[in-house]
Design a protein around this ligand. Sequence first.
Ligand code: NAD
Length: 299
Amino acid sequence: MNIAFIGLGNMGMPMAGNLLAAGHDVVVNDLVASAMQALEEQGATRAASAAAACAEAEVVISMLPAGEHVRRLYLGDDGPGLLDALAHQPLIIDASTISPDDARLVGQAARERGLTYLDAPVSGGIGGARAGTLTFIVGGDAAGFELARPVLECMGGNIFHAGDIGDGQVAKICNNMLLGILMSGTAEALSLGVKNGLDPAVLSEIMKQSSGGNWALNVYNPWPGVMAESAASRDYQGGFLTDLMAKDLGLAWELAQKTRATVPMGSQARNLFALHSAQGSGRLDFSSIQKLYRAGEDD
Ligand code: NAD
């Protein structure tokens, strides 16, 4: 298939790479030229704008930081948005994590133009993006979901249909609120153990095999050196930015406000990540929340 891929960051880059590896023709666009260059070297075609990338696309995939970027891309800002350049009616899949309201706004505008739009946020981190084992959590109509499935299967292992447009985002936001709580809790427990004389690797192994085991411990250990492949072991570079986690916890807070749900643990996690970002760690991987607990250590 001819697939346009817009947004080649930590996630989009390996996801587009997996579409190429599966034999699709991929036309890419990003604001950063070096990102396009890297994919060109893997066989993609570079386009000068998002609209140019979509000119012959059967499927359009976007992977952008936040709702404002997705709104601006599809609906336009000063000028017309991408939706007005898709008269040939490709399937649109937005894999960014944004608010359900933003997804519904763009999805409704797409429907008004006869276009099929799916929100399809992902879980699994850059490891899952590289390995092609992401979980896709899709919102949109059933026919669109079935059309998208074979494309998503090139990038992911589990493909869920959560409901109509926006429902994929609701599920994803619930998941990431839990992840924010688990990562900060894991960092807190590791710090307590180390300050009481334990080796972080030994403590991690004990907790992995005990009732505190969780995804952060299993695949994303926040303590440097415990896991060779983790962001913590490369100075928290790359991965899932603290600013993006703070954004997702903010989305959870907004959802809670709107529906009068109580999220005391999620609110605590939101404040921790917001504080960590304000202290200059916004562009570090979110597992760097560990640093907040290590403040004052000699090293
Ligand atoms: P990122 O900041 O690394 O990448 C975003 C990319 O979008 C950048 O390369 C940027 O230049 C590009 N971009 C922004 N506006 C653009 C535009 N108008 N046109 C073209 N390109 C544009 O972010 P990421 O980590 O890849 O995350 C992308 C989305 O996926 C976010 O919504 C994030 O919350 C979500 N997510 C990330 C992870 C993760 O582990 N990194 C995991 C799950 C979900």
